[in-house]
Design a protein around this ligand. Structure first.
Ligand SMILES: Cc1ncc(COP(=O)(O)O)c(C=O)c1O
Length: 435
């Protein structure tokens, strides 16, 4: 075995034990590494740009807890906020000043959000936003895009991306026919298909939900005019336009994809990022829609831990830093450009023409020569190649998402040396795969 192959015996032992007590040994399917082969590694700790596993191997982080660690792991000011908050106890199930501060900050950073409700995950945010849209419009159906993922709510597990497609179950078992029939799907970046669905279901569509930049079929940017087109179609047909910014919110810009592309949604869903990595979600938007939610309106939605004080403290610490330091976004983009350009150069030198998509600090190398603009082109990728690439990168100390159908997320904790290591590892692995 080459010397750069890591020993992961402790992780293997833990995985065997985990399988006895946890379905598949993991608490979220993609973590099982099924799509890439081999066993998952068990993480003991992380700091800055690095993860450390139970065998004390160090990895350079390119997932960052699927997005939220924009400033790197255990960022000191966030850690301090969590420790300070914990001294005042962990949960009250009653209103707090921090929730008000968080709501005010979110509405400042996202001008399309007039009112916001905190929940505990991105899934909850998306489920609740759909319910609010249905309550507001009195309509049942929704439109989502093939390969987009909006959490594991029943309505979304139709042609779902992320772990659902990675595990080969884009249409999950356990969803009733009625729910499935109320979810209409269109290819991403296809305005004509959206218009056709609307024409075929007049006055029946409550909401259209979209990842404005998709992360869950790998990184796929919106085509020029696509988001503007969705805005126009939704306004014309009184459909609630929901931007799922669980990944893009506060990452692509302070005001997420909406700021970056200059298009406003009616409702926005947010997730992990607003907790600085702690379990949080939120949905918000126009007051006239949000006021349909109990206790003001008839749409019921609640949560014992919603607005949890420790999660709010962590999130406030991070969002305040992002809000006050716009240069962070320039840094993130510069770091990501360097990595992506380095991989492009390696591909060029090896005469390979795989596709790389990048938006800001999100990117994916697809093992296909096709331009990746939607789910079907993403699925043209060679998954066996991806698996090999993933494993070889892992053994060179670079931690990638264990699926072709995920975006990578860059933090600004990466040093020049880390960036060069990532590029060199890519060059080595891509070369190795093609000899
Ligand atoms: C765009 C998007 N929406 C919703 C979700 C669901 O969030 P959670 O896993 O916190 O439930 C995810 C999760 O990755 C996501 O990427």
């Amino acid at each position: 075995m080459p010397s750069n192959y890591l020993s992961t015996t402790q992780s293997q032992w833990l995985f065997e034990k985990a399988k006895k007590f946890i379905p598949g040994g993991v608490n979220s399917p993609v973590r099982a590494f099924k799509a890439v082969g081999g066993n998952p590694i068990f993480i003991k700790s992380a700091k800055g740009a690095y993860l450390f596993d139970e065998d004390n191997n160090r990895y350079i982080e390119l997932i960052n807890s699927w997005g939220p660690m924009i400033l790197g792991h255990a960022y000191p000011l966030i850690e301090q906020a969590i420790v300070e908050a914990a001294k005042d106890s962990f949960s009250f199930g009653a209103p707090t000043a921090k929730e008000v501060e968080m709501a005010e900050l979110i509405t400042q950073m996202f001008p399309s959000i007039e009112k916001v409700r905190m929940v505990n995950s991105g899934t909850e945010a998306c489920m609740s936003a759909i319910r609010a849209a249905r309550g507001f419009t009195g309509r049942n159906k929704i439109i989502k895009f093939e390969g987009c993922y909006h959490g594991h709510g029943d309505s979304f597990l139709i042609a779902a991306g992320s772990g659902a497609v990675t595990m080969g179950v884009p249409d999950s078992a356990g969803i009733t026919t009625g729910v499935a029939l109320d979810t209409l799907t269109a290819p991403f970046n296809d305005l004509t298909a959206v218009q056709m669905l609307i024409d075929a279901n007049p006055n029946q569509i409550a909401a259209l939900i979209v990842e404005p930049v998709v992360g869950n079929m790998g990184c796929v940017p919106p085509a020029k005019g696509f988001l503007e087109g969705l805005r126009e179609i939704c306004t014309k047909n009184s459909i609630v336009l929901i931007f799922d910014e669980v990944m893009t919110g506060f990452r692509l810009a302070r005001g997420g994809a909406q700021e970056r592309y200059g298009v406003s949604a009616d409702l926005t869903t947010l997730g992990k990022i607003i907790g600085g990595g702690l379990p949080v979600g939120a949905y918000g938007g126009k007051s006239e829609i949000m006021d349909c939610i109990a206790p003001l309106g008839k749409v019921y939605q609640a949560g014992t831990l919603s607005g949890n004080p420790i999660a709010m403290s962590a999130g406030l610490a991070m969002l305040n830093i992002l809000n006050q330091h716009p240069e962070i976004y320039t840094q993130l983009e510069e770091i990501t450009n360097k990595i992506v350009n380095g991989i492009r150069k390696a591909l060029e030198d090896l005469s390979l023409s795989y596709t790389i998509n990048q938006v800001g600090s999100m990117f994916t190398l697809f093992f296909t020569e096709l331009e990746v603009t939607n789910f079907s082109t993403a699925k043209s990728s060679n998954l066996a190649f991806f698996g090999k690439y993933f494993r070889e990168m892992l053994h060179r100390g670079v931690y990638l998402a264990p699926s072709q159908f995920e975006s990578l997320f860059v933090s600004n904790a990466l040093s020049e040396e880390d960036i060069q290591h990532i590029i060199t590892a890519n060059r080595e692995v891509l070369g190795l795969m093609h000899t």
